[in-house]
Design a binder for this molecule. Structure first.
Ligand code: GRF
Length: 208
């Protein structure tokens, strides 16, 4: 298998990006992050990328007429960087068919809940408000919906008495970081395949 060329889309602090950069630097993941793109100029993730000598680009959705135009700008930059797979890591925009067609079946996301429970923003707060005793994180393919694409892998996290959004989020992030790197290593090994049947597309992870 050849080294996986990644483009990472971010909006925030970038701890998932950091986990990926660390795994690459330590030889645990056969990948190269070709570019990190943020829609926010003050995203902490940008500094993490710079520290790792990864090219960064700020592309603000506010500078584009609509979501399709914004996605076209993302596609142009990702393609110019030679990206094969697009990794959303705390990227707070919904992608359109413009990007999803350009990178068909090669866009993934991480979500801090056990999808299909608690999609969208504030997943940890939704889980606490509902009173679930177990939550977790999900890595999934991105489709045109909100956190609705085929699920690749999930990890559970027990909700503790007295958990706040902050304490739960911190424990979730630990699992997110490990899970995202693990899934990317499966992709690098060519082991992740989409399977369509009975009106639904699901994911099969082939054995090593
Ligand atoms: C993570 O909880 C991720 O699941 C969600 O946004 C958060 C991003 O955190 N999509 P970070 O920017 O990777 O630290």
């Amino acid at each position: 298998m050849s080294t996986l060329s990644l483009g990472v889309l971010v909006s925030g602090s970038g701890t998932n990006l950091q986990a990926i950069l660390d795994a690459v630097a330590e030889g645990r993941l056969d990948a190269c992050v070709r570019v990190v793109i943020s829609n926010k100029s003050d995203a902490g993730a940008l500094e993490r990328a710079r520290q790792a000598n990864v090219p960064v680009q700020v592309i603000s959705h506010k500078d584009h007429a609509g979501r399709a135009e914004f996605d076209q700008a993302l596609v142009a930059r990702l393609q110019a960087a030679g990206v094969e797979w697009v990794v959303c890591a705390g990227f707070m925009r919904i992608l359109t068919p413009v990007l999803l067609r350009a990178f068909k079946d090669r866009v993934i996301n991480i979500h801090p809940a056990l999808l299909p429970a608690f999609p969208g923003v504030y997943a940890q707060a939704q889980a606490l408000a509902y009173g679930v005793k177990v939550t977790g994180c999900t890595v999934h393919f991105v489709d045109e919906g909100v956190d609705s694409g085929p699920i690749i892998a999930q990890k559970t996290v027990v909700v503790l008495d007295g958990d706040s959004v902050e304490t739960l989020s911190q424990r979730l992030l630990v699992e997110e970081h490990a899970l995202y790197v693990e899934v990317l290593s499966w992709i690098a090994e060519g082991r992740v395949e989409l399977v369509t049947g009975a009106g639904r597309t699901t994911v099969r992870v082939k054995p090593p």
